[in-house]
Ligand binder design. Structure first.
Ligand SMILES: Nc1ncnc2c1ncn2[C@@H]1O[C@H](COP(=O)(O)OP(=O)(O)O)[C@@H](O)[C@H]1O
Ligand SMILES: [Mg+2]
Length: 443
């Protein structure tokens, strides 16, 4: 039975089903040999439970259609084994986020859009049971003394649980799953960027430019960072540093690091910043920082300025220009007090390119700006656009369309790409070139 059918059945026969499910779950647990069950693999366990349950139902079950009976069997085994009513949602590949707000409100995210689903827990106790089952997989527990848990499941999903009294309307569970990552070609197919922009960025990655991917929450930064990192040549040693590991690089030589929050006694935290510092002793060819949020920004800039070219990071910002300002603010959060001009110097010499993403109102994500940082040393920040997304007027179907408009690349950037042996797939500079800024040389 398809998911939609199951959900519809769930909705319609909700109360009846709860009573039935409860009765037969108890019967099942009486009849099944729990010790034997423990020795089976998860899939064998499911088959075994389904078999015993079918026997019970055919001997003295209620009169049900084949379809109703199938749904009941699945529901009871889901309850007995897995994550109960959440199982069908987890089985649905298109669901990227499951949000449970108390026992009666469940939302999912599909293709970037959040919608309510008819899934409900029979009771708050049942929701607690599911939560316990999830967090016990990673040897954690949730109760009044530790009412918040953030964990990554062995299967890769991120799980956050917060319960009353902190969550006012009941236990709240958020499961974030990571869809199979997009490759750059797939992002081109989806219209996130065009082929010209993709090959320009490919050349910049291979020529070891330091790149910052910026955008708002959910604009697709992490997804893009992953695709961009996919353009790094396979023989290089890549170290990725994240707060919550989301990246999944395909190269053969990748070391993945993840920060760790403090334990209940407030000890044992390892920050992104410490990981960045440690990485410098790991002989990386490239450092990839999932997202810079604080003092680690300074360490990242220093790493970029001391021979770790070709590094990439994301930052939360509203425009490419704003990204530079954010980096400045974040870098100033480190304990090293630096004059503003010195900070600008660090940023100007570290960052070569900013790729800014936006989530449009129709849910599509797009590269809206690619900008080269052309200011030098202590100068005020200056950006030179390489590509801009020019939007068409919005049509009657409300979908966002437009064109990626390339601009001539600054001479320095072209030279750098040429030196790295890259043929540059961008508009060449116009004949009358703008006057070069002071200090324009190579680094
Ligand atoms: N280019 C894209 N096109 C369509 N959906 C995307 C794209 N990039 C990301 N998404 C989806 O948007 C959501 C948020 O993406 P993510 O990369 O985590 O954003 P951010 O890191 O900016 O918060 C995910 O569900 C992801 O699958
Ligand atoms: Mg992200």
């Amino acid at each position: 039975m398809g998911l939609r059918d199951r959900l519809a059945v769930d909705e319609q026969r909700h109360d009846d089903d709860n009573d039935l499910a409860k009765t037969y779950r108890e019967r099942l647990l009486e009849e099944v040999d729990v010790d034997e069950l423990a020795r089976l693999s998860p899939s064998q366990r499911r088959v075994r439970l389904e078999r015993v349950l079918s026997r019970i139902l055919s001997v003295d079950g209620p009169v049900l259609s084949a379809r109703e009976r199938g749904a009941l069997v699945q529901r009871i085994t889901d309850d007995a084994l897995g994550l109960g009513v959440l199982e069908p949602l987890l089985a649905d590949e298109s669901v990227t986020e499951i949000m449970v707000n108390g026992s009666q409100d469940v939302f999912v995210e599909r293709y970037g859009k959040v919608e309510r689903v008819p899934t409900r827990f029979a009771s708050v106790e049942q929701l607690y049971q599911t939560i316990d089952r999830i967090v016990s997989q990673v040897n954690r527990r949730v109760d009044e003394s530790s009412p918040m848990v953030d964990a990554r499941l062995p299967s890769g999903e991120r799980v956050n649980v917060i319960i009353p009294p902190l969550a006012l309307d009941g236990p709240t569970l958020t499961i974030r799953r990571f869809p199979t990552p997009f490759r750059m070609g797939e992002l081109v197919d989806k219209g996130t960027l065009d082929t010209g922009t993709a090959s320009l960025l490919g050349a910049c990655v291979r020529a070891r430019l330091n790149i910052v991917v910026s955008g708002g929450t959910g604009s697709g930064k992490t997804t893009f960072l992953n695709a961009l990192s996919g353009m790094i040549p396979d023989h290089e040693r890549i170290v990725t540093i994240e707060d919550a590991a989301e990246l999944s690089l395909q190269q053969s030589h990748v070391v993945r690091l993840e920060s760790r929050p403090a334990n209940v006694e407030g000890r044992g935290a390892v920050t992104v910043r410490e990981l960045v510092r440690n990485t410098l002793r790991m002989r990386p060819d490239r450092i990839i920082v999932g997202e810079v949020r604080g003092g680690e920004t300074m360490d990242m800039l220093q790493a970029m300025n001391t021979g770790h070219d070709g590094s990439v990071a994301t930052v939360h910002a509203n425009t490419a220009r704003d990204a530079l300002g954010r980096l400045e603010t974040l870098a100033s959060m480190s304990e090293i007090e630096l004059p503003a001009a010195t900070l600008r110097d660090q940023i100007n010499s570290a960052i070569d390119l900013i790729v800014h993403l936006e989530r449009a109102e129709d849910g599509s994500r797009r590269v809206v700006e690619v900008q080269a940082v052309t200011s030098q040393r202590r100068e005020e920040f200056a950006l030179t656009p390489l590509v801009r997304f020019a939007r068409d007027p919005i049509g009657p179907d409300r979908t966002v369309t437009g064109t990626f408009v390339p601009s001539p690349a600054p001479k320095q950037l072209l030279e750098r790409l040429h030196r790295a042996g890259e043929t540059v797939p961008v508009a060449e500079p116009p004949v009358a070139e703008p006057v070069e800024t002071a200090g324009g040389g190579t680094r």
